[in-house]
Design a protein around this ligand. Structure first.
Ligand code: ATP
Ligand code: ZN
Length: 302
């Protein structure tokens, strides 16, 4: 029997040390009010404003660190998390991780790509071919679902040049704009997984003080993610034009309407869920609105 883990008072969050997810992950945590003191080796950052420490690692190590209880939360691509869980499953282990939040950035797809001049008739075309990938379990699962027997060539990087090097016939790789594929004369034909950065945590809820810290952090994260999109729209309008103006308001919270003292005018303010387009402002102006203003929102507590 393994002895019960010692209670830990501090929450440990793993993020990518350097790469596509590292800056946005740090920015997100900073927008939650976290500040840190960096260690000399820059692998560990001691949380100053809250007992929340950061561990800076390779993204591939993040799921394992959470599964082993070394870290409590991680910010990682869904692709990496799914691959880790399928590997555990393949080894007969129970799921270790759960996706707690999707973060809306770091978006990409895990796609099958073939030579750009080759025709594509469907997954059965892959039978007997060699497919290069860094995601062998995710690819294996998909091939199984398609009932296709192909051989999987696992590479840790530079997957897109494998066909030119004669290591594989086609690839299964991450794609965002498609530029890298095109540069290697490949074109995407099937999508196995839609990915983005997520907050990953243990399948079993956190106990002791860390559970509460994680809840606090996630609540702040939700606020920060919502704020990033939120704008305050302000305008004035003659009272007679108000009904027209109201029909042109964008999606958002219920507007607050105030009488402007000494004028037959109202002032309208409203929180919008997304950026307000120029088109929208012009429509509002045509409907009778004046002095239109769109402001970013720095903080919000309902
Ligand atoms: P590490 O040194 O941490 O292992 P890496 O080379 O594996 O770095 P990055 O290339 O920084 O990692 O990608 C990290 C994550 O960014 C990917 O796992 C994926 O979730 C996401 N991502 C978004 N767009 C792309 C893309 N076009 N190519 C690769 N990854 C992408
Ligand atoms: Zn990696």
């Amino acid at each position: 029997m393994t002895p019960p883990a010692l209670p830990r008072e501090r929450l440990r969050v793993a993020i990518q040390k350097s790469g596509r997810l590292s800056d946005p992950a740090r920015d997100l945590l900073a927008s939650c009010g976290l500040t840190w003191r960096e260690s000399r080796d820059k692998l560990f950052c001691y949380g100053e404003s809250l007992p929340v420490d950061l561990l800076l690692v390779r993204d591939d190590d993040i799921p394992g660190l959470i599964a082993d209880g070394v870290c409590d939360l991680g910010i990682v691509g869904r692709n990496v998390m799914v691959e880790h869980e399928l590997e555990r499953q393949g080894n007969g282990h129970a799921p270790a991780l759960t996706e707690i939040r999707e973060l809306g950035w770091g978006s990409c797809r895990l796609d099958i790509a073939i030579g750009e001049d080759q025709p594509w008739t469907g997954p059965e075309q892959l039978a007997g071919l060699r497919i290069a990938t860094s995601y062998p379990r995710t690819l294996g699962r998909w091939l199984g679902e398609q009932g296709v027997d192909a051989s999987v060539v696992t590479l840790s990087g530079s997957v897109e040049i494998a066909p030119r090097l004669g290591q594989a016939d086609v690839v299964c790789d991450l794609v965002s704009s498609g530029g890298t594929l095109a540069a290697n004369q490949l074109r995407p034909v099937e999508t196995l997984l839609h990915s983005e950065a997520v907050v990953a945590g243990p399948a079993q809820p956190l106990e002791d003080a860390r559970g509460e810290l994680a809840d606090l952090l996630l609540r702040r994260m939700d606020g920060a993610l919502r704020l990033k999109e939120t704008r305050l729209l302000m305008l004035r309008a003659p009272r007679a034009e108000l009904p027209q103006v109201l029909t042109k308001l964008p999606e958002g919270h219920e507007p607050t309407i105030l009488q402007v003292e000494g004028h037959d005018e109202v002032s309208v303010q409203m929180l919008c869920h997304a950026a307000v387009t120029w088109q929208r402002l012009e429509d509002l102006k045509r409907a009778g609105a004046r002095q239109l203003m769109v402001l970013p929102v720095e903080g919000m507590l309902a």
